[in-house]
Design a protein around this ligand. Sequence first.
Ligand code: KG4
Ligand code: ZN
Length: 330
Amino acid sequence: MKVLGIESSCDETSASVWNGTSILSNVIASQAIHEQFGGVVPELASRAHQQKIWSTVEQALLEAKLSVQHIDYIAVTNGPGLMGALLVGLSFAKGLALQTGIPIIGVNHMDAHIYANFVGEKKPTFPFLALTVSGGHTQIVLVKNFFEHELLGQTRDDAAGEAFDKIGKMLGLTYPAGPQIDKLAKLGNKKAFKFPQANLEGYEFSYSGLKTSVLYRLKQEVEPEAFVAQHLSDLCASISDAITEPMVKKIKKAVLEFEVKTVVLAGGVSANGMLRSKMKTLADNHKLNLFVPDIAYCTDNAAMIAITGALKAERGMIDTLGLKPFASST
Ligand code: KG4
Ligand code: ZN
């Protein structure tokens, strides 16, 4: 089964071909334009998707050494994400489906982050827990079976990736700051600064207090810029610790409550080195099977859309051209 995946929910235009066992191509056109604004500008994202969508899909087919007639299904992200951005990928996919007669399958972007863990030969077994942490979401999901997901809890305010990016902006880092904070944190001491970790009931998260606390810590300094320059790696390590520690605590709680033996990480923030190493320690201590996608499949990509599309196709979950986009998952 050959599935063409198309992703355009945020600031990466991506297309990929999955043949049921391996990824034949995964082309990602990133949008550098947002860097100068310190965050994704929705209108600019839509325009950039519009400019890149055709060449990205063409390149994905070329790298897979296939033409569109060889494709069995077109899988496309239909939400959650930026409405204008989603519409570019979805309209393109519908046009292609209409012209070729290839069936279309709508894929939930957050589900796809989870099923990115099904790329390799060794696959997670049900039930498992998914920590889905990205620029827009921070969730713990109990995955009972294919597409049977129970949301155990999520953030009340900022998502983890948003916290990395917004705090990074305060430190003078460019967007997206998450990967830069990750790199700098490796050189720092996570105990150098004590930032608050929200300890909410159940499986909820909160990161807005941390953001405010970093802001006030910097304001204490007469020369905040010089202070940041002098302590950058320690600040990054301490901030990364404050963001990742609640995730590990909540996953541990869920593992014990639901007696689950498999945990998967998903979403852009799952590329984070400190999170990966803390989760590895948790998995070793509790004899858990931990799945962590390769870095290329953590951040937004169409391979995860193609794989999820294939899993849906195998279960007869096919859509019509009436498929609608949705901006928010709630
Ligand atoms: O999943 P993703 O590519 O897009 C969304 O669906 O939001 O996630 C992007 C987020 C950004 O906030 C980015 O800063 C963060 O993931 N991110 C990281 C790392 N790599 C990406 N955060 C921390 N450490 C990283 N290595
Ligand atoms: Zn994402």
